[in-house]
Design a protein around this ligand. Sequence first.
Ligand code: GLU
Length: 411
Amino acid sequence: MSSDALANANHYFQKASSILELGDDVTIQLRTPHREVKTECTIRMDDGSIGTFVGFRVQHDNSRGPFKGGLRYHFEVDEQEVTALAQLMTWKTAVVGVPFGGAKGGITCDTSKLSEGELQRLTRRFVDGIYEVIGEKTDIPAPDMYTNAQVMAWFFDQYTKYRGYAPGVVTGKPVAIGGSLGRAAATGRGCLFACENLLEALGDSLEGKRVVVQGFGNVGSWAARLFAERGATIVGIADISGGYVNPAGIDAEAAIAYVGAHRTLEGFTGGDHVDGDTLLATDCDILVPAALGGVLTKDVAESVRATIIVEGANGPTTPEADEVFERRGVHVIPDIYANAGGVTVSYFEWTQNLQNFYWEEERVNDELRRVMKNAFKELWSTSRSRELSLRMAAYVVGVGRVYEATKLRGV
Ligand code: GLU
């Protein structure tokens, strides 16, 4: 994603703003982030040296509710990327109708080179740098790439040292300390519901569909497992070690167990090893990009054989690739809807924290299904009535809702 990320996010926003005829002044108001924090995170490394990292928190918009969005620990994290992702969160929460605004944060670092102790110290130091601008009713972080429930637990613990017990300050926590059942699977499950909703609208179903999942972290691995459970055949998976293809079907559970034991898919024998571009061009019906942004470029888009793309990642498709997909009649289920299952269950976790009343997993999954279904109905009818792609329909719905809230609250 990196440097083009902001340009891409602004591209779609700008188009939506023109369709909604918002005018230049309002467009600038909605696009401009509310607050950007950049903080030095210096820690003692295990070898005794001093390690200095930079952390960011960008709060884009809070007209519909407190700022909300994940924390990403990755070497490509920079101000532009975080700003773009914060904006995407604003439209995403609006598309699924959860009462939050949009934010994103991150630390520029390579987690594969950090020990658990270093990761914990880095997280605590980051909280020290941003605790004044976050809170249960202000801004609620969550996991994103290379952060997980353990990182959220440290985050929560450090925050309580400043402000006392406040589990709703962060979501995606371990269940033992106020996390929600179903949160770990939520983004992958949301991808499944999004895809099933589209298939239903097309008069089709998931049964027997061949699926390729690119990325095998939290989102990709859960998506592979859940799509397989619903009768699809997983014909390709991939992670940092490359792609693995098997037309007869990859055993998602075996792949997940393999990663549990070996950290990556390196050496996995459940499919033929291929490079990343070959994987994306694998013959299949559904492609789920669930890794970094910007992987589906114009050239790659020409070679994709899937007819449905479910954007598990944020920003996996470049605007040029999007045009190729539109021309070729490929259905792209856009990130700001397809991967909104994570923030939706974050919302359920937050409400459970505020009420101190916890739900059964079945209730979480049922409510998620309902939210994804209602959001889809709106996207589908907007896409039909205005003759827009699903992505532009999502932007029009999301931006329209944020505009309405902004107007009602006044300048
Ligand atoms: N990081 C996830 C996203 O991009 C989840 C955000 C959240 O739960 O607040 O949507």
